[in-house]
Design a binder for this molecule. Structure first.
Ligand SMILES: *[C@@H]1O[C@H](CO)[C@@H](O)[C@H](O)[C@H]1NC(C)=O
Ligand SMILES: *[C@@H]1O[C@H](CO)[C@@H](O)[C@H](O)[C@H]1NC(C)=O
Ligand SMILES: *[C@@H]1O[C@H](CO)[C@@H](O)[C@H](O)[C@H]1NC(C)=O
Length: 205
C-alpha cells in the first residue's frame, strides 16, 4: 500500500526525460525563429523606408510588402519587383479597357476615347517592358549611366502616356460610367508607375 502512494520512479524519470527534451528543443529552436523574425522585420522595414521616399507611401507599402522575402533589403530587387507589378497592372488595365470598348450603350465619342486610351496604355506597356529589359541587361552593360538615364526617360514617358488617357475627358463629352472606369484603373496604374520611377531614382550606381 505504501509503495503505491509514492510517485512511480519509472514515470517520474520519463517525465524528467521529456522535460529535458522540451527544454532542449525550445533552446535550440528559439534562436533560429527569433532571428528569422528579425530578418523578416528588417526586410519589411526596408520596404517601408523605401516606400516613404515615394509619392504614395501607403499604396507602395501595401503593394510591395508581400514581396519582402524576395526583395530582402536589396533596392535593385525592389525596383525590379515594382517594374514587374506595374507592367502587370498595365496589362490588366489594357484588358479592362478592351472589354469596356465592347460594352453596349456607348456613344461614338466614348468608343473613340476608350480606343485612344488603349493606344496610350499600349505605349506605356512598351516603355515599361523596355525598362525591364534594360534593367535585366544592366549587369552586362558597358554604359550603366546611359542605360539608367534611358530607363528613367521611358518611365517618365509611360507616366505621360497614361495621363494623356484621362486628358481626353476634358475636351469631349464622355459618359460618366466610362469616365469612372477609365479614371479608376488608370489612376492606380499611374500611381504604381510613379512609385516605380521614384524607387529607380533612388538607386545608387
Ligand atoms: C514610414 O512612414 C510611416 C508613416 O509616417 C511610419 O509609420 C513608418 O514608421 C515609416 N517607416 C520607416 C521605416 O521609417
Ligand atoms: C520580375 O520578372 C522577371 C520576369 O518574369 C523575373 O525573372 C524576376 O524574378 C522578377 N523580379 C522580381 C523582383 O519580382
Ligand atoms: C518585351 O520585350 C521583349 C524584347 O524586346 C519581347 O520579346 C517581349 O515580347 C515584350 N513583352 C511585352 C509584354 O511587350
Amino acid at each position: 500500500m505504501e509503495a503505491h502512494s509514492l510517485p512511480n520512479p519509472c514515470s517520474f524519470h520519463v517525465l524528467t526525460f521529456l522535460f529535458t527534451i522540451l527544454l532542449f528543443i525550445s533552446h535550440h529552436t528559439q534562436p533560429v525563429s527569433a532571428s528569422t523574425t528579425t530578418t523578416n522585420q528588417a526586410n519589411t522595414n526596408f520596404i517601408s523606408a523605401a516606400c516613404n521616399t515615394t509619392t504614395y507611401p501607403p499604396l507602395c507599402f501595401k503593394t510591395f510588402s508581400p514581396y519582402a522575402a524576395v526583395v530582402q533589403t536589396n533596392p535593385w530587387k525592389l525596383s525590379n519587383a515594382a517594374l514587374n507589378v506595374t507592367l502587370r497592372a498595365a496589362k490588366s488595365t489594357s484588358t479592362l479597357l478592351s472589354k469596356l470598348a465592347l460594352q453596349n450603350g456607348l456613344t461614338p465619342r466614348d468608343v473613340a476615347v476608350i480606343k485612344a486610351c488603349i493606344e496610350n496604355i499600349k505605349s506605356s506597356i512598351d516603355e515599361l517592358n523596355q525598362s525591364i529589359q534594360a534593367m535585366g541587361a544592366l549587369g552586362s552593360s558597358s554604359d550603366k549611366l546611359f542605360q539608367m538615364d534611358s530607363i528613367k526617360t521611358w518611365m517618365s514617358a509611360a507616366i505621360t502616356d497614361e495621363t494623356t488617357c484621362t486628358d481626353g475627358f476634358y475636351d469631349s463629352i464622355v459618359s460618366p460610367s466610362v469616365k469612372n472606369t477609365i479614371s479608376k484603373s488608370v489612376l492606380n496604374f499611374n500611381r504604381l508607375t510613379s512609385i516605380a520611377l521614384a524607387l529607380i531614382n533612388h538607386l545608387v550606381y
